[in-house]
Design a protein around this ligand. Structure first.
Ligand SMILES: Nc1nc2c(c(=O)[nH]1)N[C@H]1C(S)=C(S)[C@@H](COP(=O)(O)OP(=O)(O)OC[C@H]3O[C@@H](n4cnc5c(N)ncnc54)[C@H](O)[C@@H]3O)O[C@H]1N2
Ligand code: MOO
Length: 402
């Protein structure tokens, strides 16, 4: 039996780093930076005011109240600011360049607000309300390093330092194919013994969450020829280049109609193994016509957990994420739990403020319970029971954390 780490390494090895492409800033949201971004300008770019008020010399305003002529008016964006003449102030707005010679800004609230001669009624501390050139980042410094996920703050910084476009990793193109003769499209009436197909919705969303693009192929019954025909017709892509990964679900365990195992087993390029974990024991990985393939078990919770443990980190590593794993946290169990010997168990849990409660039992068909969970509770292979109050390691599913 393979360990979790061994199978993680096998899956990761299937997915090489994705090529980089240059995209407009707006298209880079939620992508992963492929090249460092160097600041073209310092931030702030020049000494400027943090308040609407008056730029002054601190030594000239200490004996309040004091009345000084307002020599100039400096809105933000003014490009011809003149030095501050002795014995004068200049009215200045937030973000406007500080006139040379000024060493304090008096907020308008501490004055009478006039524009010819202003009365300053209170003195702020020396040096107050100034923003200094380069205090946030220096020109020429690395603003964002390759591997950084590009969220709102990172895109804001990229624009602030002058970037119009960014080098990011191409999104992996992932095909998702479910198998099973019992499966029916949601919305269609069910006959006895049939169920609604749900894994492709689950896996496509998980792929998108991980940073990839997913194409759901219409699911196929447990028929080897139909399965292989569907797979081979799709692996080459639809004009956008070949898929980076094919994900299948179902048909990999020990039964009589294991379509994925039967079809790919004969090719000799996909290896089917048991991994020492629950759920997600039966796994397969390899290539078909040169395209990486990962075959996930069909139970919905098994598909989800297998994706989380094997596929998501591999996709994110290929995307260049500096930290491809989920956030993990130590948590205290609210109730005792049991776990099978020799297997790493990933129970579904709800984490809140350092405590975690199990959601539902260990059964890998419990998709309603999965949907209420916000974390996976990882129980090591050598642990068979834990009392309430024990410390466990939880894997936080960010999108579900609320
Ligand atoms: N004799 C044994 N039986 C089983 C073993 C075993 O080792 N020996 N392993 C069990 C484990 S663990 C798992 S997990 C499953 C994996 O089975 P398959 O990958 O072959 O999946 P299926 O048999 O096709 O389906 C399992 C289960 O999940 C439902 N399913 C499948 N696909 C979908 C889908 N797209 N949407 C919704 N639900 C789906 C399917 O109806 C079954 O209920 O095998 C155990 N058995
Ligand atoms: O290991 Mo299966 O993947 O539990 O139900």
């Amino acid at each position: 039996m393979r360990t979790v780490e061994e199978h993680q390494a096998v899956v990761a090895a299937l997915l090489p780093a994705l090529p980089a492409e240059e995209v407009a800033l707006g298209a880079a949201h939620n992508r992963v930076l492929a090249r460092d971004v160097t600041a073209q300008v310092a931030l702030p770019g020049f000494d400027n005011s943090a308040m609407d008020g008056y730029a002054a010399r601190w030594s000239e305003i200490t004996g309040t109240p004091v009345r000084l002529p307002v020599a100039d008016d400096i809105p933000a964006g003014r490009t011809d600011v003149r030095p501050l003449a002795p014995g004068t102030v200049q009215r200045i707005m937030t973000g406007a360049p500080l006139p040379p010679g000024a060493d304090v800004v008096v907020p308008v609230e501490l004055t009478d607000g006039r524009t010819d001669v202003v009365e300053i009624r209170d003195v702020p501390a020396a040096g107050s309300h100034l923003r200094h050139a380069g205090e946030d980042i220096a020109a020429g410094a690395v603003a964002l390093t390759a591997g950084t996920p590009l969220g709102a703050a990172q895109l804001g910084l990229a624009a602030a330092v002058g970037a119009r476009s960014l080098w990011v990793r191409r999104r992996p193109r992932v095909l998702v194919l479910s198998t099973g003769s019992e499966l029916v499209d949601p919305g269609t009436p069910l006959l006895p013994g049939q169920i609604y197909e749900s894994n492709s919705a689950l896996l496509a969303a998980a792929v998108e969450d991980a940073g990839g693009t997913a194409r759901r192929l219409h699911f196929v019954p447990d028929d080897v020829d139909q399965f292989l025909t569907t797979v081979r017709a799709e692996l080459g892509g639809r004009g956008d280049g070949p898929a980076d990964l094919l994900l299948t679900s179902g048909g990999v365990s020990a039964g009589a109609y294991e379509v994925v195992k039967d079809a790919f087993g004969d090719l000799g390029t996909v290896e089917f193994v048991k991994v020492a974990m629950q759920p997600g024991g039966p796994q397969g990985a390899g290539t078909v016509d040169g395209v990486p393939v990962v075959t996930l078990p069909g139970n919905p919770v098994s598909s989800f957990v297998s994706f989380e443990v094997f596929v998501r980190p591999a996709l994110r590593r290929a995307l260049g994420h500096a930290a491809p794993g989920r956030l993990r946290a130590p948590a205290t169990l609210t109730a005792p739990l049991r776990s099978p010997a020799g297997k790493r168990q990933f129970l579904r849990g709800r984490y809140d403020a350092g405590q975690v409660s199990q959601v539902g039992g260990p059964g890998s068909h419990l998709v309603a319970h999965l949907a209420r969970a916000n974390c996976l509770v990882a129980v090591p292979e050598d642990v068979t029971e834990l009392p309430a109050g024990a410390q466990v390691d939880v894997v936080l599913i960010e999108g579900a954390l609320q």
